[in-house]
Design a protein around this ligand. Structure first.
Ligand code: PGA
Length: 252
């Protein structure tokens, strides 16, 4: 049985005060509610340390939204994996479609980042997904296959023991138009099969694959009850404590 994992990607939202309010509200909203779902929050860099302090003593884990692949040096504006570890991060989102499209991150760059994260004991949340044009062109599986094989190149099963994959169709992110449970399930099953071919069926069976793209309380349960959907990576709907917690509870 794979554990369901729900992560909230705050993106470039919430200054320090707003971040502390949101995480405190999430904690309050969750109190007294039993959930066997693993929860991760991904605030902006500037709020990581403060959110980490609020999270002490809870089961909620902290993730960053990005990092650089070098360990240190003259890389103005970048953040290293050890910096993230030092403020309490356990996970890091890598390869988010906004990084790929707005900041031109290639599969090769994402591969280097995953290698660095793994080397420094940060657990990657590895995002993949096709654009609308690619879906309509009938090349969804081809795109996913390339992102997975190039993104994970040179990494062993042991390296990836804590990997989380997230299927996020680009056309569903921030658009209000989620993939249907059937559309998502079809790609999740494809990813699991591909991982099984690249690694082993045991590894593929244990891999958590989240769905992301316009997840909200109204559609989360239906998505997450699909056999190969093991949780959600939530953007917009995680910015309000009550809707984020509703999504978490719907994953049980
Ligand atoms: P969304 O974003 O839920 O706002 O569509 C998801 C994501 O980008 O992770």
């Amino acid at each position: 049985m794979r554990t369901k994992i729900v992560a909230g990607n705050w993106k470039m939202n919430n200054d320090l005060n707003a971040s502390i309010t949101l995480i405190s509200d999430i904690k309050k909203e969750l109190s007294g509610k039993n959930s066997n779902v693993k929860i991760i929050v991904c605030p902006p860099f500037t709020s990581l340390e403060s959110v980490s302090t609020v999270l002490k003593g809870t089961e909620i884990s902290l993730a960053a939204q990005n990092m650089y692949f070098e360990d240190s040096g003259a890389f103005t504006g970048e953040i290293s994996s050890s910096m993230l570890k030092s403020v309490g991060c356990e996970f890091v989102i890598l390869g988010h479609s906004e990084r790929r499209t707005i900041f031109q991150e290639s599969n090769q760059v994402i591969n280097k980042k995953i290698k660095t994260a793994v080397k420094n004991n940060l657990k990657p949340i590895f995002c993949i997904g096709e654009t609308l044009e690619e879906r309509e062109g009938g090349i969804t599986f081809k795109v996913i296959e390339k992102q997975v094989t190039e993104g994970l190149e040179g990494l062993t099963e042991k390296d990836l023991e804590h990997l989380i994959a997230a299927y996020e169709p680009v056309w569903a992110i921030g658009t209000g138009r989620n993939a249907t449970p059937e559309q998502a399930q079809e790609v999740h099953a494809f990813i699991r099969q591909l991982i099984s071919k690249l690694y082993s069926s045991g590894f593929a069976d244990n891999l958590v694959i989240q769905y992301g793209g316009s997840v909200k309380p109204e559609n989360s349960k239906e998505l997450m009850t699909q056999p190969d959907i093991d949780g959600a990576l939530v953007g917009g709907a995680c910015l309000k404590a009550d809707s984020f917690v509703k999504i978490i509870l719907s994953a049980q």
